[in-house]
Design a protein around this ligand. Structure first.
Ligand code: THU
Length: 152
């Protein structure tokens, strides 16, 4: 796990975070007023964004990371190597990086085993002055995945 800021990221990481920032603008969040954007990088250098999409039946809400992961898979992406996440509240007051919830970590873990790659997760606040970079294996140690099922 590493603490950093936008200037210290490499070009690909910067682009991915900017893609997540753009995706965040499409957040549908009338219940929480919390904006989250995510972006996926595939092994063949495609980038796919996603935003949180809430629902009046709260439990049906889709997080930004899941939105991006499902979209990536639906667009034919088979291997994922990086995920960027960024978020803010309605007053833009979140100073700490947004990190994936437990369900999103599980989703990312699934695709890390499918991709046979320990996916890098880039977590940022909207100022991009506080960024944490971690591998999914650090965010979800001893995770349960398709390999536990003997599926891959
Ligand atoms: N949310 C995400 O999109 N990703 C996370 O990892 C944490 C939470 C969203 C869900 C909901 O729309 C809002 O943030 C508040 O929980």
């Amino acid at each position: 796990m590493k603490k950093t800021d936008f200037k210290k990221l490499n070009k690909v990481q910067q682009e991915l975070l900017e893609k997540a920032f753009e995706a965040m603008k499409n957040s549908y969040n009338p219940y929480s007023n919390f904006y989250v954007g995510a972006a996926i990088l595939s092994d063949d250098e495609r980038m796919v964004g996603g935003a949180n999409v809430e629902n009046a039946a709260y439990g049906t809400t889709v997080c930004a990371e899941c939105s991006a992961l499902v979209r990536a898979r639906a667009e034919g992406i088979k291997k994922i190597i990086k995920v960027a996440v960024i978020g803010r509240n309605s007053k833009q007051l979140v100073s700490d990086p947004v990190s994936p919830c437990g369900a999103c970590r599980q989703m990312i873990f699934e695709f890390s085993q499918v991709s046979d790659f320990d996916i890098e997760v880039i977590m940022s606040n909207t100022k991009m002055d506080k960024i944490i970079i971690a591998k999914i294996s650090e965010l979800l140690p001893l995770g349960f995945g398709p390999k536990s099922f003997d599926k891959i």
